[in-house]
Design a protein around this ligand. Sequence first.
Ligand code: AMP
Ligand code: GLY
Length: 432
Amino acid sequence: MERVKNVKILVVGSGGREHALAWKFAQSENVSVVYVAPGNGGTATAAKLENVDIDPMDFDALCSFAKAHQIELTVVGPEGPLVAGIQAAFARFGLACLAPSADAAQLEGSKTFSKEFLARHNIPTARFSSFTDPSAAKTFAQELGLPVVIKADGLAAGKGVVVAQSLAAAEAAIDDMLLGNAFGRAGARVVVEAFLVGEEASFIVLADGTDFHAFATSQDHKAIFNGDQGPNTGGMGAYSPAPVVTQAVSERICEQIIAPTLQGLLSEGIHYTGFLYAGLMIDALGAPSVIEFNCRFGDPETQPIMMRLESDLAEVCLAAVEHRLAEETLAFSPKAALAVVLASAGYPGDYEVGAPISGLSEVQDAVVFHAGTRLLDGVLTTNGGRVLTVAATADSVEQAQRLVYQAVKAIQFEGQYHRDDIGYRAIDREAR
Ligand code: AMP
Ligand code: GLY
């Protein structure tokens, strides 16, 4: 295939995931510029990257920009615009946008939709039922036994899930979501499901409607505190590969989960094009079950995965939107990569922004991806809950972890918080 030259790319979003995608796109010699809308303090200054001040939900403005700047490919980071139908908005202008349709994005947008879809297609997942009535939800929670998992139906930025260790906690979560309006419309319906035992892994693929290629495996740490304790966040750190996903487990995931999901969608008239993220529980025998689907790349999983990706991301993404993914492959470095999130004190609850960030120029042997940062008059300040992701590659997860924490020491901002144990499960496995 003849390679396209001077490709212009638009990345939609402003987090660490978008910085990592843009960073990887920019490495392609065929890519001339990567616009990031709206981007952050890191994408503002990186080589070949340029911020564009457009809100990710403002589809008209994004499409006008893409048209005016002859963007060959738009890639969408966050779920909000995907669930709201950004794909169709771009399609109306004949613009290439690597994104599942709003229908396909329901796999993430509605837990009830995704659980019923899984059940319909006999794809392994925890036993569940979905409710609007609190007393029926509580009866089912009791029937399932403890621990039991209560989930807000809609988008809740990774925070709408309660793993209840007691019936009282389950009932409180159900009341909070259904009556207390804890998650607004997202919580108007809840899914009550059985607790799955095992080790979690993230399995992310790029699909073109019929074919797919798997990215390197990864694992993230969702809980805010060391030892995976405390409330869930969007993700406090991640690494790749996930040792729990052996080659055999990976094949099982493709055969028993990814392929039947894409087939099942096709049988319902949905061509899934874009990134598909399966959050999985792998049991002691290596059997995978779906915990959740996301219709996008993971954050912070993207950061270690992009550090290991050797293929030209622009080329494979263009192949995916043109439905010719079978022509391409995804190659990864055999090295391990690990990423640690530096957050603002208080996250995932309330936090302050506006603290100056220093020390980035002293970072060695690691890459710093920005998330909640802002560059104003040459001063870099915090601007979100998750502020930076520090990532490194090495021969083992343990060595990558050492490099990252060494680099983290150089970076300062008031209220900086990070976990100290990212990767501990993989490091335990490496030591066995
Ligand atoms: P979700 O947003 O559905 O991925 O859930 C967030 C987190 O809650 C997951 O990453 C798991 O750690 C946990 N979780 C969700 N559902 C289950 C389940 N059925 N069994 C065990 N843990 C779960
Ligand atoms: N790190 C989990 C997510 O992106 O949903």
